[in-house]
Write a new protein. Structure first.
Lengths: 352, 90
């Protein structure tokens, strides 16, 4: 299907915006983007960029559409749930109907250190639509290693954050947030909840940064850390620009040691044969605080713990899962034999 | 030397549900010590073996203390100290 109107007509209002113009639009039409994750942030990002006329978008996501996604993941509907569609595929179908002039490449995959370089090799910009810091630190490593810009966004509850990274020009993610939180230390959308407008606003800030970068307006980007709370009516930009390279000590952008790509941090999975269970190993710097994790999880299922392990029973859309979490961050997740599903469950409930 | 400390949502349970706490202290170190005296449960949320957790950043009037004088950054009456942890979800 192709549109029956002039190729540029649909962008007329955007081109009338002086900083964009026809020249900016042409750059945008020739640009290529990888979107890591297509959940709440990702669907808003993809929707905005495809409508704006990015040339190519690769959408990478490991999940399937579930009923609890529909409250905020704007590209999905009930038929996607009924058809058990992967998010990347469901999004691609919608996006092609929205703008047939954009090349959309869905990739149903779990982003890890073995595939992220390939997924980002042939693009101009990497966008963070993920729900966890493991993917974000991987993106940061690849972006700094290859000199590509990327845009971080995070949202939980009514709070959100965004930051634009141009390697060599701005601080990188590790200059600002040196290391990932231990599992259970920070809330996730599953444990702390999330409002649709929180993610829409954060993703919209990310999207406008993408439009600046891709249309030749990098000078206009936000060089600080944006911190918002849509419930408490706060919106601030805290000053992080002087953290660039953190006095030569940033392991990533100053020392160019790519710890996440090299596998020094991160998650490994092992399928436990015949047990319908997967072991997720997540390296943590210090022991997990079970009391804290239990408090976080009690709203989502049944939790009990002793000093050796924490048990958590979750009933997610009819599939019962049982987590056994160990103090070193390792977990055995019963109820699935798929590593991707187990990693997704771990990221959602234990977090990292 | 009254300093307003802004408590982020994930730490409020440990701070008696408060979004903002008044503390005393002439440096960031002293102000955080007073905060922990008032709300000891915040200790493990903010510190690990005496060091600030690496995903929690401290800002004095929107400036990151890591390019000021870190924990020795001086404070003056009425300043705001914001604790800002990384936001994970999405």
């Amino acid at each position: 299907m192709s549109a029956s109107f002039d190729r540029l007509e649909r962008y007329s209002r955007q081109m009338r915006f002086p900083a964009m113009g026809k020249a900016g639009q042409e750059k945008l039409l020739a640009s290529r983007v990888t979107l890591c994750g297509c959940g709440a942030l990702g669907t808003v990002l993809a929707n905005t960029l495809v409508r704006a006329g990015v040339g190519f978008i690769r959408i990478v996501d490991r999940d399937f559409v579930e009923p609890s996604n529909l409250q905020r993941q704007v590209l999905f509907d009930e038929s996607d749930v009924a058809n058990n569609l992967p998010k990347a595929e469901a999004a691609a179908t919608k996006l092609r109907q929205i703008n047939s002039g954009v090349v959309v490449e869905p990739v149903v995959a779990d982003i890890d250190r073995t595939n992220i370089e390939d997924l980002c090799r042939d693009v101009d910009l990497i966008l963070d639509g993920s729900d966890n810091f493991e993917v974000r630190y991987l993106i940061n490593d690849v972006a700094v290693k290859t000199g590509k810009p990327w845009v971080y966004g995070g949202a939980v509850g009514s709070q959100g954050m965004s930051m634009t990274i141009i390697p060599g020009e701005t601080p990188c993610l590790r200059c600002v947030f040196e290391a990932a939180a231990n599992p259970g230390d920070v809330g996730t959308c599953e444990t702390a909840g999330v409002l649709g407008p929180t993610v829409s606003i954060v993703a919209s800030f990310q999207a406008v940064e993408a439009l600046k970068l891709l249309s030749g307006n990098a000078a206009a980007i936000n060089r600080e850390l944006l911190v918002i709370d849509v419930w408490e009516n706060t919106h601030r930009r805290v000053k992080v620009a002087p953290l660039k390279g953190r006095k030569g000590e940033c392991p990533c952008c100053a020392k160019r040691i790519f710890e996440w790509l090299d596998g020094a941090h991160g998650t490994q999975t092992t399928t436990l044969c015949g047990r319908n269970a997967v072991q997720v190993s997540h390296r943590t710097a210090s022991a997990i605080d079970f009391e804290q994790l239990a408090t976080t999880l009690k709203g989502s299922g049944t939790v009990s713990f002793n000093k050796f392990l924490l048990k958590f029973r979750l009933d997610e859309t009819g599939d019962p899962y049982e987590f056994t979490v160990f103090p070193d961050g390792r977990a055995i997740i019963k109820g699935t034999s798929e590593p991707d599903k187990a990693r997704a469950l771990y990221a959602r409930y234990v977090g990292h | 030397m009254a300093i307003q400390v802004q408590i982020p949502t994930p730490m409020r349970e440990q701070a008696g549900g408060k979004a903002e706490v008044t503390v005393n202290g002439v440096t960031v170190q002293a102000a955080l010590a007073d905060l922990l005296r008032q709300f000891p449960a915040l200790g493990p949320k903010l510190f690990d073996n005496g060091r600030l957790r690496p995903y929690v950043n401290v800002f004095v009037n929107d400036e990151d203390i890591r390019y000021l004088d870190e924990m020795n950054t001086p404070l003056s009456d009425g300043q705001t100290l914001a604790l800002i942890p990384a936001v994970a979800g999405g």
